[in-house]
Design a protein around this ligand. Sequence first.
Ligand SMILES: O=c1[nH]cnc2c1ncn2[C@@H]1O[C@H](CO)[C@@H](O)[C@H]1O
Ligand SMILES: [Zn+2]
Length: 352
Amino acid sequence: MTLGIDVVRAAPKVLLHDHLDGGLRPQTIAELAAGIGHELPVADPAGLGGWFAEAADSGSLERYLETFEHTVAVMQSAEALTRVARECVEDLAADGVVYAEIRYAPEQHVSAGLTLDEVVAAVQQGFDEASASGGIVVRQLLTAMRHQARSREIAELAVAWRDRGVAGFDIAGAEAGNPPTRHLDAFEYLQRENAHFTIHAGEAFGLPSIWQALQWCGADRLGHGVRIVDDITVHPDGTAELGRLAAYVRDKRIPLEMCPASNVQTGAADSIAEHPIGLLTRLGFRVTVNTDNRLMSNTSMSKEMHALCEAFDYGLADLRWFTINAMKSAFLPFDQRLALINDVIKPGYDKF
Ligand SMILES: O=c1[nH]cnc2c1ncn2[C@@H]1O[C@H](CO)[C@@H](O)[C@H]1O
Ligand SMILES: [Zn+2]
């Protein structure tokens, strides 16, 4: 019998890949939009959530990304950023998330005059307010947009904030035509600074993107990375043969930040049941489960994990494995990761 969603919600969860501008409450978007006179495609908050999920359900990453126009538009003041950040953490904590790394692109939040530094400070304020009461630990990841040319600057921003709530760096946006090597300068800088970064790779584009992210740019983790299956041959008897890149990813324990619901919407996977996460888990890759964009995919950590339980017959032992994988892969100092595993995650699963 499939695990109930209430059990999944009560179990401790770790989230490494969640976009701040992809997780707003519809009610909040409506209120913030009204405050600044931004016109929304649907006026009433009740219909707004449905609009995002439907518009994002496009089969293409490019069209999926168009929906962010409206969330980014209402996140241009310090007050709005703080509110969105605070509500994000409240929603994750209510869903049983005990550690989260939340990403967004500071360069997209300066159109009303904020400086990059003020953007990061406003988000941190919201995170601090919501996590003050305990129960959840949250860090920021600063994203640079891969079609823009501000990655070095954003990487420097991430390093400047590394001891004040920012745990790492990322690049996101349309993958095809914007290879990660365009931003080599930023990645080499981060490596010299002993800083951590992940790269969206192998979502809409295949193996070359993953290969570049790892072997040219030095990514610590892969955002999505689903297309690594293109380097795996499964024989009729079920045995699998790994190509050089897939073997490298598995041997080096490179964390895969998998986001099943998002991948179905952008066409990176046909369905949850056919999602490569099943094969990659079976083969022992360092798989983690993530939400990507809770608003656009009408999802949560509990919903993602529950859907996997339904599709692959996973139980609590599997969810615990995903969660410990994620905690091991976090951009948090080792001693803090260990403490969360031993003091929060393991006892949390032992309760069942
Ligand atoms: O799945 C994804 N793949 C690539 N880029 C994404 C994805 N989800 C969101 N963003 C992009 O990241 C920006 C910063 O958070 C968002 O504004 C969106 O353009
Ligand atoms: Zn993403």
